[in-house]
Structures are given as C-alpha cells and as structure tokens.
Design a protein around this ligand. Structure first.
Ligand code: FES
Length: 110
C-alpha cells in the first residue's frame, strides 16, 4: 500500500489515505473524499484532477507525457510540481506521497 497525505489549498494537512499498488491517485483521492473533480475520469480530456506534488516526491514520479503537459498548460494554479492525479499510479517508490489540492472550483459531491 502507498500512503498518501492530502493537504488543503492553503497547505494545511487534511488527511491520510492508502492506495493499492497500481491504483490511480485520482481514485485514492476520491475514496478519501478529496475535492478533486476529475471530470473526464482519466481519459485525458480535462485538467480538473490537477494536484501539486511535494517537491521531494515529485522527483520519484515518472516524467509527464506530452499529453499531460498540454493539459497542465490549461489548468489553474499550476506550479513546477503540478501533475494530473489520474496519471499518478501508486507504487512503493512513492510511499509516502504528499499532495496539495489546488484552489478553485471542485466537485464536492463525491
Ligand atoms: S481526470 Fe481528466 S485528465 Fe485527469
């Protein structure tokens, strides 16, 4: 299991959750009732699953593909360590992963 620490937009800690190896961060976030919209549910047609990854953890992620980079170009509040949660897969190398949910409109119904 990969432990994920979710932080609110202001950087304060929110909660921890665990993800099975190979699970998408987007699904772990939804299970942990994080306000990530993920409008296209991972088919790379939106950028509403944007998260800001802790700088140290960011170094352990495989590089973003061209399609992900293009979608991040249209996301709000992008930083140097921004990624799409639907493209991050849980693995031992990521334990413990810290991410911050960016500010902005989100789907709170999940
Ligand atoms: S959910 Fe749409 S790109 Fe990640």
């Amino acid at each position: 299991m990969t432990l994920v620490r979710f932080h609110k937009a202001d950087g304060t800690f929110d909660r921890e959750a665990e993800g099975e190896p190979g699970a998408r961060l987007l699904d772990v976030a939804w299970a942990a009732r994080q306000p990530l919209e993920g409008a296209c549910e991972g088919v790379m047609a939106c950028s509403t699953c944007h998260v800001i990854v802790d700088a140290a953890d960011f170094e352990h992620l495989p590089p973003a593909g061209e399609e992900e980079e293009d979608l991040l170009d249209i996301a709000a509040h992008v930083t140097r360590t921004s990624r799409l949660a639907c493209q991050i897969l849980m693995s031992e190398a990521l334990d413990t992963l810290s991410v911050r949910i960016p500010p902005g409109a989100r789907n709170w119904s999940r």
